[in-house]
Design a protein around this ligand. Structure first.
Ligand SMILES: [Zn+2]
Length: 270
């Protein structure tokens, strides 16, 4: 089972205009169509835990959408219209300060869902949700999510457990950013992202990672060089490949293991 992630945050200029909840697109090239055929709601862990009977009323309302790098799913203090259940995309929940600096709060991949405020009752958050790894997700309109949640069935149960897992991730991110080195934070993020993708290689810029961690780009450069020097990763022209996961785990702080263990405990028990 994939576990939670600490994904990156793009800089302000690279963000696409938000028309958030309607900005997702569905290009129809041949390769895209083939990829869509391979998608299934069950690729999202939360939806995959639901029985056939629980999934049946959801199926007609779930809509497969393409999420592209930089798409904003929601912005601060705006009403969410959809909940998103990623199958291959990764979404970054982050906060942008008044001065324009940003820092990631948490990430959501195929283990989770974007839009918990829809069922907790708050409806909006001061943070934003932006796609940092392109891919697919299923979305569910706000009223449908609320209706299903309020049926007090399996979906409610798994979403409440996921919320606790998300709180763990947010809490651990706060502690990590304060107490652990950039090299440890970068290692943690790479491992968590690796858990959510299938290729073993991701494309990212130093600026993107710097914004994610809330540190200077030079610090990311130094940390990536260090990890490459000891054979954990290969880094070239914005492409990072993890070449020795075991070593990378040893370079990470305990935060990676804490988040993974707690996510597995909470979601694996359903
Ligand atoms: Zn840490």
């Amino acid at each position: 089972m994939p576990v939670s992630t600490i994904p990156p945050v793009l800089n302000q200029d690279s963000r696409k205009s938000a028309a958030a909840n309607s900005a997702v697109a569905k290009p129809k090239g041949a390769s895209i169509l083939a990829a869509e055929k391979e998608q299934s709601p069950s690729l999202n862990y939360l939806l995959g835990t639901l029985s056939a009977a629980e999934m049946a009323p959801l199926m007609e309302h779930l809509e497969l959408v393409t999420l592209r790098l930089g798409d904003m799913l929601y912005e601060p203090n705006t009403q969410l219209h959809y909940a998103y259940f990623p199958t291959s995309a990764i979404v970054s929940l982050h906060y942008v300060t008044a001065s324009g600096a940003s820092s990631e709060i948490s990430g959501v991949g195929n283990e989770g869902m974007v839009g918990i405020s829809l069922f907790t009752g708050g409806n909006t958050t001061p943070s934003s949700a932006m796609v940092h790894t392109s891919g697919y997700a299923y979305r569910l309109e706000r009223s449908q999510l609320k209706a299903e949640f309020n049926r007090h069935g399996q979906l409610q149960q798994i979403l409440l457990r996921y919320t606790q897992a998300l709180i763990t991730q947010v809490s651990q991110t706060a502690a990590c950013n304060r107490h652990h080195s950039v090299e440890q934070q970068l290692s943690r993020w790479l491992l968590l992202t690796l858990d959510r993708i299938t290729s073993g290689e991701f494309v990212l810029t130093q600026e993107l990672v710097a914004n994610m961690l809330g540190v200077r780009r030079e610090s990311v450069t130094a940390a990536a060089a260090s990890l490459q020097g000891i054979g954990c990763i290969s880094y070239r022209r914005g492409h990072i490949s993890v070449i020795n996961r075991k070593n990378l785990e040893q370079c990470a702080c305990e935060c990676y293991a804490v988040v993974r263990k707690e996510t597995q405990r909470l979601l694996g028990a359903i």
